[in-house]
Design a protein around this ligand. Sequence first.
Ligand SMILES: O=C(O)CCC(=O)C(=O)O
Ligand SMILES: [Fe+2]
Length: 555
Amino acid sequence: ADGDDNNTVVSFVIHLNGQPDPCGTTRLVTQEQIDKWSSTAQNKYELETILTDEMVSVLNTETSSCHDEDLEEQTNNNNDDDDERSLYTFCDRGPELTPILLDHKQLIKTQHQTLPCRWYTREGLRITSGEQLQALLETAKNRSSSTSSCSNPQDASDCDTSTQAEGTATTEVHLYAVPAGRVFMFAPAYVGEIFQLDHLKLLPDVNKPIYLKVLSTNPRVFDILNVFTPEEADAVVQRALNETSPTHRIKRSTTGTTENAVFTKRTSENGFDTHGTVALALKQRIFELLGYDEYWDGHDDGLQVLRYNLTQAYIQHDDYLTDPGKKDTFDYESAKKGGNRYATVLLYMTDLPDGAGGETVFSEAWPNDVLPHHRTHLKTAIKELRKNGDTQLAGITEGSWEEEMVALCRTRLAIKPHAGRAVLFYSQHPNGEMDRNAKHGGCPVLNGTKWAANLWVWNTPRKGYKGAPIRDDVDPATLSDNGPKQLFATFVNTGKDPAMANAELYYESQKWGPLHPDKPLSANTYEGHRWNVRVGDEVVTSWVIGNEQKQQFVI
Ligand SMILES: O=C(O)CCC(=O)C(=O)O
Ligand SMILES: [Fe+2]
């Protein structure tokens, strides 16, 4: 049967976004049918709609449960209604539960007049063309003809099975359906499971395949291997150290309300790298890894560089943001049609000696290698710390939140930093609800310095960016627009520094004008834009615009 393409039949195994177990399997589909879908689709949106319609029509409905369970619970529909139980209800969860993503207008309605799913591989590759679909089939066929590929019997989802019937090989292709408006999420089944991300380019200087290894399934935490280089780590740290802009340079965290209100439960120093070449490359790589087929501006907070000196820490917290007082017009309700952080990628830049702390601890999760009845109570752990004394030696006082954190870090799921290590975790469930088990913190450093960087990724554009979701109860007329907000900056030369007498102001590399003592300059500008002060050929100061309406920068 091998080699005769038209004899090959395929069955698709459908998974709902983030679910390791399939929800159903399709009838056998011939190569001819698939050729037809592939050639009909002119672009990725057409292909996604074709796939949604075709999967609905070939799904074995008696044995499938590829519908939206949430929706069924909410509306309490009677289950006899076929429509309510179809994949269509999963792909289009209705306007109340569908965030509007940047490409929403390009989605093409299905034959059922609903929004289509996006289709992914288990490894997070979005299927965007007929060629890609064909390539997937080829890979699955090759795998099913060599039975030895199922080397890991635990990992059934990774090995496509083959059955021989009357000389025809059946190939199984796993497809992951992501509802309209939602983002792809990896579906971990067990600790230690591997996701080989073969569609990502190898880094030239590393030359090893990028892959994920599951550290925890609840919350969903993964190691990411071979995703960045020591050179990139150094470049990011160096750039953070050289940053002079008051908004972006590395400094103590603030609560965000006023610059002076230092956030006492986050003692590390942090700075944003929004424009560095390396930071940009890292961001794009991380987006690709997360399942985006293009980099979407506004879906992240920018790469944030973190430095923890001795005893410094970040108390356990959720990266998911809440706005109980509804102070923002932004809609944070990601379980409905709002946006929030859903994925965090942490990059560790330095090695720490053994026992030096600095782990990232998931306070609601337990280590994998400790049996439930051997888990240590927090109080017991604190007693042990005090007995052996190394915490106090590092300068952490008894009864402080830092001390309690050290105890947490020694009893809960804790990730030890080392240079080149990268970790991904999710703060949302696949349906957009906050994952309360994703609470985590940065453990106090007991020896040395920890350098790390994070990228917080959102399921919609974040506040202030084009396409950011706005709360329903906000009058749209009161919003100027929801694109990037125009801000006003004033640049002042006090004249105190004689070396600045002939300073000139530049927007990026474009000259704006002389910045002479007591002749301030003003400009309309945008968050993240960079303004440079030059004396002669040298950039002496560099400012990055923050998010406040009126900002002043002084030399
Ligand atoms: O430094 C760490 O290990 C954790 C940092 C963190 O939680 C964050 O940046 O959101
Ligand atoms: Fe965090």
